[in-house]
Write a protein that binds this ligand. Structure first.
Ligand SMILES: CC(=O)NCCS(=O)(=O)O
Length: 349
């Protein structure tokens, strides 16, 4: 698409890639995560009913998905606006907003937030995981899904004229369902036509990222312009990580700020701490992947906003970057991770 080539598409229109600055490649500003509610353990009902109090803060941090109110990030839009102003003050320039169909994407609010704060916001096209696909979506052909995704980028999404600048996060579980596979194939077809960036939410299994790359590649996708999200909770073995890295996608560590003992979506997973995440990044840099790393917080619940006692969208800039610099990652490499890599990924080919 010649009009898009060499540009980045934000909710306010096309911008030059050099304007983006420091970029979080995987956040949410307004969404609902009700699809992934996990009932609280017996005895925890009181905390779940009345979560935003000091005495329940630790419970909420450990059980963010067991409280209906906490899953409604869209209720805190005014706090998110304040957080974006703070993000700019902390040196942030751009946020990729990964909310897709199925988890309450709100294009008009994204445009308003961008206008109010000056932060570049890039919206996501496509579909979240199978449990959020409607019966109508499940019945669609790959061609129909491709047309819809392309239209969200070229004309605008959800009945607005506000255009998406990335496809994703495209949701997949494990095993990948038929409907998710069709969406992945449509994503690849749309990417082949548009030359656009793609971002994927893999299932919680170490085999998932490579299987997704295989499906995208077979359907003509461009893996060098694709981000694999959530590697923090997906691949743990260093050898397996290097094997995956070798396939050529961007490697995203995007759960910075999330530290929990029991990860309810897969109890076999030990969610890493932020220190462990920094250690993995240093390992990938040492192995030569500094041009492939991107980072974010993936804020998708209310407890992670500063107004509710959380770390907010500036945590990486304020706390993680200084730690990276003490763990063998140079300022030049930090700039690649925060500025150069997102810029190259987000620029239409
Ligand atoms: C919104 C979203 O998909 N978040 C991912 C949470 S997970 O626990 O890493 O799967």
């Amino acid at each position: 698409m010649s009009e898009l080539r060499g540009k980045v598409q934000t909710v306010l229109g096309l911008v030059d890639p050099d304007q983006l600055g420091r970029t979080m490649t995987h956040e949410h500003l307004t969404m609902s995560f009700e699809c992934c509610y996990v009932p609280p353990a017996a005895g925890d009902e009181a905390a779940a009913e009345d979560p935003f109090h000091m005495q329940h803060m630790h419970w909420l941090q450990q059980n963010p998905y067991s409280c209906h109110a906490n899953l409604q990030l869209k209720k805190d839009i005014s706090a998110v606006r304040d957080e974006l102003l703070a993000y700019r003050k902390a040196g942030g320039g751009t946020i990729v907003e990964n909310t897709t169909t199925g988890i309450d994407r709100d294009m008009s609010s994204l445009r308003q937030l961008a206008k109010d704060t000056g932060v570049h916001i890039i919206a996501g096209a496509g579909y979240y995981v199978d449990i959020t696909h409607t019966e109508a979506t499940k019945k669609m052909s790959v061609e129909k899904l491709t047309d819809i995704i392309i239209s969200e980028v070229i004309h605008g999404a959800d009945g607005t004229d506000i255009r998406c600048g990335v496809i994703g996060e495209i949701g997949t579980g494990w095993p990948i369902t038929d409907s998710e596979k069709k969406v992945l194939q449509a994503t690849a077809h749309a990417q082949a036509q548009l030359g656009c960036p793609v971002i994927i939410h893999p299932g919680r299994n170490r085999a998932a990222p490579a299987e997704i790359v295989r499906i995208l590649q077979e359907a003509g996708g461009d893996i060098s312009k694709t981000v694999m999200s959530h590697l923090d909770r997906t691949i743990f073995d260093e050898g397996e990580l290097l094997e995956f890295a070798n396939l050529g996608s961007y490697l995203e560590y995007d759960l910075f700020g999330t530290e929990m003992l029991n990860y309810p979506f897969n109890l076999e997973v030990d969610m890493p701490s932020d220190s462990q995440r920094v250690k993995i990044l240093a390992f990938l840099v040492k192995e030569g992947y500094e041009d492939k790393i991107v980072v974010a917080h993936d804020i998708h619940t209310r407890n992670r906003l500063t107004i509710n006692g959380g770390h907010g969208y500036s945590h990486i800039l304020k706390n993680i970057v200084p730690k990276m610099l003490t763990r063998g990652i140079s300022q030049h490499q930090v700039d690649k991770i925060l500025i150069e890599n997102p810029k190259h990924w987000l620029t239409f080919k």
